[in-house]
Design a protein around this ligand. Sequence first.
Ligand code: ADE
Length: 393
Amino acid sequence: MRIDVVSIFPDYLAPLDLSLIGKARADGVLDLAVHDLRDFTHDRHRTVDDTPYGGGAGMVMKAQPWAEALDAVLAQSDSGGKPHLVVPGPGGMPFTQAMARRLSDEPWLAFACGRYEGIDERVYEHARDELGLEVSVISLGDYVLNGGEVAVLAMVEAIARLVPGVIGNAASLVEESHEDGLLEYPLYTKPDPWNGRAVPEVLLSGNHAAIATWRHEQRLARTAFRRPDLLPPTVADVDVDVRLATPGDVPELFTLVRACWVQEAQANGILDVPALVEPIEALRASLDSTQTWVARRAGRMVGSVRTHVRGDSGDDLFVGRLCVAPDQQRRGLGRSLLELAESTAPDGIRSYSLITGAQSHDNIRLYKRAGYRLRRGEPEIPGTVELVKRRQT
Ligand code: ADE
């Protein structure tokens, strides 16, 4: 595979000389060249940026040095082939293992590292229309870096290690996080025990079937806890799409919660129920401290639930804000959302608990049918009841 990288900080890419990628370069498996964008400027200051048309903060990378740099990259082609141009940027498509795999099949990749606010849009148009390149804008994640160089280091490593010959033991590529949509199982090596901690017994059993089962269960549990967005929603209702809530869902979720808890207020004769008085800012902040799912039917938000781990020993999963839009109730969605919430409990959770109004008889019936029991004693919040369910092991 051939890789060209254009940057105003070529030294930033020096780590590509190290480790397995460096070895692949030395072995001739990877042909990697880094170019300095400033070599394609023609003024004394080697200027690569200018102020944005239309105003605004920051500077924009000029089209001309980029066009010349791309011409220089293309001029190296001996076979008439063209590179797939990758421009890292926070506004791009998310970089995934599947994307790394697709890009690892390309014979030639060129990376254009933007800096400042970004590159003049006409560079992308020129690359596509005049140079005939496939252009992909790709983001490393939902955060902003100072430039594309760090993203290129990450992408080149993820892509190049999939190129045949770069990693000696190809089998090690198969059992990895993300290769089949699940995260990796926990790993242990000698000694056992270490520091008073034992290795899980099944791994010492020599029973390969039992080990495979254990590892698969660990992968599912880990994925459910750390990356529930990777798991298919378990809600049985095929018309309903369930996803982890994003900040963009907050206004609709706020409205849904208010609508649902009016029923609660009516049933219990109190208006200052936490869900009814929670400010929208607190709801937005709760997306960071809980796992919140929203359910949509035909695009409309019709239900939600959220969980967080609590208890002195962190062994209780609290299920909160379980709600279904008033006109969508009695169709099994509440029960499905409750099951979904329970199914994402991490290792170490021994019980699920929730709170509802003491007079919310429909809710209490639903929870009892799902295996919850009323907790004895005085509730923490007057006028409510607490329900708890032991986790089946
Ligand atoms: N450049 C700046 N931020 C970036 C990001 N999140 N991903 C890729 N390139 C970037």
